[in-house]
Design a protein. Structure first.
Length: 312
């Protein structure tokens, strides 16, 4: 799918192809790929790299344009099972236009960031900055999900929530690798600012991008370390919840076994006391109830003794 934009009134507006400054290709078809290779002279390998989520971030100088492949967070869906993935985005900067190639359709030009634009080179830099904001937004979502899962783990005896945390931890590893790779590319862009013909204002904005990306990496690293360090503790919580449940079930089982034994003893096909007593049925039930009470009192004193020992 192709969308074309032009800068009008310091804003990026969607327009027809004639005189456009920004070309956005979303999941380009085979015909659009042939056009990009034939008309715009894009390298086929670099074009495919912009659509490959596993492609490493890099910067390349071609004869007629600059090619930048960097990483951005992929839109999350319920099918991902709490696994946040990354994808690739390609920026191809010409002297008179900017071509953006991406696999997924994301709201790239939304927000106040694109309200004041003077050149398509600023669009080039602001798209990069947008990816950092996208990473930061996903990190906040991951923290919210982690807090909710932690509350569920405190009362859970299943491994399902632990597996969700493992997926989130894996996502943070992906994000750390992607953010670090982007930082290398952004540094190369700054080193070649003169060759790319960036203005002093653009270079200042690029410095802000490097600072924001470094902060984003640090934040992702902190979240990753916290999640990894507390994983064993959360696994112990699940194990402890299971032990408490098993202890409760054992108490219930023993409490049921004692009255069952009393009733079974009087149900044998042999001569037993009170076999002809008119109130034998009620006496047996009374003995069963007394046995339940006895076991309950016994367990009460045992648990009370254990509690005192743990307290001191």
């Amino acid at each position: 799918m192709l969308k074309t934009f032009q800068i009008s009134g310091n804003k990026l507006c969607e327009a027809e192809e004639g005189g456009t400054a920004v070309w956005l290709f979303i999941g380009p078809s085979d015909e659009e790929k042939k056009r990009l290779i034939g008309e715009f002279k894009l390298d086929e390998h670099t074009l495919n790299s912009a659509l490959d989520p596993d492609e490493p971030a890099r910067l390349e100088f071609e004869p007629e344009h600059l090619a930048v492949i960097f990483k951005y967070p992929k839109n999350y869906s319920a099918q991902d099972q709490f696994l946040f993935k990354v994808s690739s985005l390609g920026l191809f900067l010409f002297k008179d236009k900017l071509i953006i190639i991406m696999k997924d359709d994301i709201p790239l030009f939304e927000g106040k960031l694109f309200n004041h634009i003077e050149s398509f080179r600023q669009v080039f830099l602001k798209v990069i900055y947008k990816s950092i904001s996208h990473f930061m937004g996903h990190l906040r979502v991951i923290v919210m999900i982690t807090d909710e899962i932690e509350r569920k783990i405190s009362i859970s005896t299943e491994n399902r929530y632990l597996l969700n945390l493992f997926s989130l931890e894996k996502s943070l590893v992906y994000y750390l690798n992607a953010i670090n790779a982007n930082e290398v590319v952004f540094g190369k862009i700054k080193n070649n600012a003169g060759r790319i013909e960036l203005s002093p204002h653009d270079i200042e904005f690029l410095d802000d991008i490097l600072i924001e990306n470094a902060q984003c990496y640090k934040q992702a690293e902190i979240y990753s370390n916290i999640l990894a360090s507390l994983m064993d503790a959360r696994a112990s919580i699940v194990s402890n919840n299971l032990n408490i449940l098993m202890k409760t079930l054992n108490v219930i089982t023993i409490s049921i076994m004692v009255p069952t034994f009393v009733v079974s003893a009087f149900s044998m096909n042999v001569g037993i006391p009170m076999a002809r007593h008119p109130n034998a049925f009620w006496i047996i039930l009374l003995l069963a109830a007394i046995s339940v009470g006895g076991v309950t009192i016994w367990w009460f004193f045992i648990l009370r003794s254990l509690h005192k020992n743990n307290k001191f």
